[in-house]
Design a binder for this molecule. Structure first.
Ligand code: FAD
Length: 431
């Protein structure tokens, strides 16, 4: 069928940011702090994406143990969301309700215009430019015509809907399993700290309590008052950007956590009274579309601790491709990559500006999980500090590109100076 209707063009912002996760919040705040008129549209009812609605329980490291690589807006967010935690602490538990309010404050104080319950459903691209973005909202559909767009949807939805180029998964299109994160109560931390969880897991697997013999258990993350965040279980065979697969994954995620509740209660010290109190309303998707950008940050760049002349920041998290199936070979592969390729203190890789510019369009940037990276590098830079670093850079670059309307008009050296002035980490030669 052919469907057509007349739409209001309700907004014509300098910068449109689609998706209000870790990347979208920092991108929109950075662009608004540069004095631009910024509209941020988020399909859910709060900011933070996987880190709040998705109940991901902790921030990965902000530091390479010598330098605070994620400083700038990301560090402002973490300081407000985790008061009293040292800046260089490796892992930090997230209180999702506090983090939601911190994000509200960051965008409000920056002067970002934002809308919740507003989902991008179509994009019209003309002659290599993103011309119009169409949204659905509780008031119906409307159009937005921005000068510059930033795709912070995590899944590269803007670029995919516009017909731009992206990659998905490995050579067979398979992606890492997703996880439905969860919240638990009734844990006695003092006892739990003494528990030998790997040994308990082996015993429970041998006793046949699990549907899948999954030995890659990320586990429980203590919050206050016996409450824990859970990054528990893997949903194998998950297909990214696939509505049916996402639906099935939610159902299995909820069901499988009952197996883990039994496991913790019966096998793990300190968890005899553990109770599942909630599961996320958003699936924890580790991997989906990776937008093809002017540069694809690649595994070789990780191995070479690469410096780029146009780098917008640096990061250091290991290659964290979770096991794709429950075989022993996969567990070995994971151990070699994640545990074996960890950087020493002070080591990091650069992230070039070109990896934030989608190659199919002239007026677009991207940041966060869907930026231009190969599978291995996506599995490093996708963690929240990586999303803050790329978000702040994409937002600042977008603000600089408004006058010309061309993403590629931004000079990396000018961007580096502004980012450094605004608190972002920049290696000495580029400040
Ligand atoms: C299970 C799991 C565990 C993890 N553990 C950690 C960890 O311990 N530490 C860590 O630092 N990182 C962790 N990560 C990684 C990290 O949380 C995410 O990769 C990161 O938060 C992604 O941020 P983002 O802004 O790119 O995307 P998202 O958080 O996915 O945000 C995208 C936002 O865009 C919105 N959106 C999407 N499509 C549309 C649309 N069409 N219209 C409007 N809005 C849209 C979504 O609602 C969402 O709010 C984990 C990830 C997962 C899945």
């Amino acid at each position: 069928m052919l469907y057509s209707r007349r739409l209001d063009v309700r907004y014509t912002p300098d910068v449109l940011v689609v998706g209000g996760g870790a990347a979208g919040v920092t991108a929109s705040a950075a662009a608004a702090r540069m004095g631009r008129n910024v509209l941020l549209c988020e399909s859910g009812g709060c900011f933070g994406g996987v880190g709040t609605t998705g109940l991901v329980p902790s921030f990965a490291t902000f530091s390479d143990r010598e330098n605070l690589l994620c400083s700038g807006i990301g560090l402002e967010i973490r300081r407000a969301a985790c008061p009293g935690v040292p800046d260089d602490q490796a892992w930090t538990s997230i209180e999702p309700e506090l983090l939601k309010r911190v994000y509200d404050d960051i965008v409000t104080e920056a002067g970002v215009d934002f809308l919740f319950f507003t989902k991008l459903c179509d994009v019209i691209a003309i002659d290599g430019r993103i011309d119009t973005c169409v949204f659905t909202s509780p008031e119906g559909m409307f159009a937005v015509r921005p000068k510059i767009v930033i795709d912070c949807t995590g899944d590269g939805e803007v670029i995919a809907l516009a017909g731009g180029e992206f990659e998905l998964g490995d050579e067979n299109g398979d992606v890492m399993p997703s996880t439905l994160c969860s919240q638990w109560t009734g844990v006695n931390y003092d006892e739990y700290r003494k528990a030998n969880v790997p040994e308990a897991l082996e015993k429970a697997i041998a006793d046949g309590i699990f549907t899948h013999e999954d030995r890659h258990l990320t586990g429980l993350n203590p919050r206050a008052n016996g409450i824990c965040g859970g990054n528990i279980g893997h949903i194998f065979g998950f297909r990214a950007a696939d509505n049916r697969s996402m639906t099935d994954a939610m159902v299995w995620g909820r069901k499988s956590l009952l197996e883990y509740q039994r496991f913790y209660r019966e096998y793990v010290r300190g968890c005899e009274n553990i109770t599942l109190t909630g599961t996320a309303n958003m699936l924890g998707i580790r991997e989906s579309r990776r937008i093809l950008c002017d540069y694809t940050l690649a595994f070789k760049d990780f191995m070479r601790r690469m410096d780029f002349r146009d780098e917008i920041g640096r990061y250091c998290y290991p290659i964290d491709i979770h096991i794709m199936n429950t075989s022993a070979e996969e567990m070995n592969r994971f151990n070699q990559e994640y545990r074996g390729l960890k950087y020493a203190a002070g080591e990091s890789y650069g992230i070039p500006l070109r990896a934030l510019i989608p190659k199919s369009f002239t007026n677009a940037f991207t940041a966060g999980r869907c930026m231009g990276a190969d599978r291995q590098m996506e599995a490093s830079v996708r963690v929240m500090p990586g999303c803050y670093i790329t978000g702040q850079a994409a937002g600042t670059a977008a603000a600089m590109a408004v006058t010309s309307g061309e993403a590629r008009s931004v000079r990396a050296s000018d961007l580096q100076k502004i980012l450094y002035r605004e608190g972002a980490y920049m290696r000495k030669e580029l400040r």
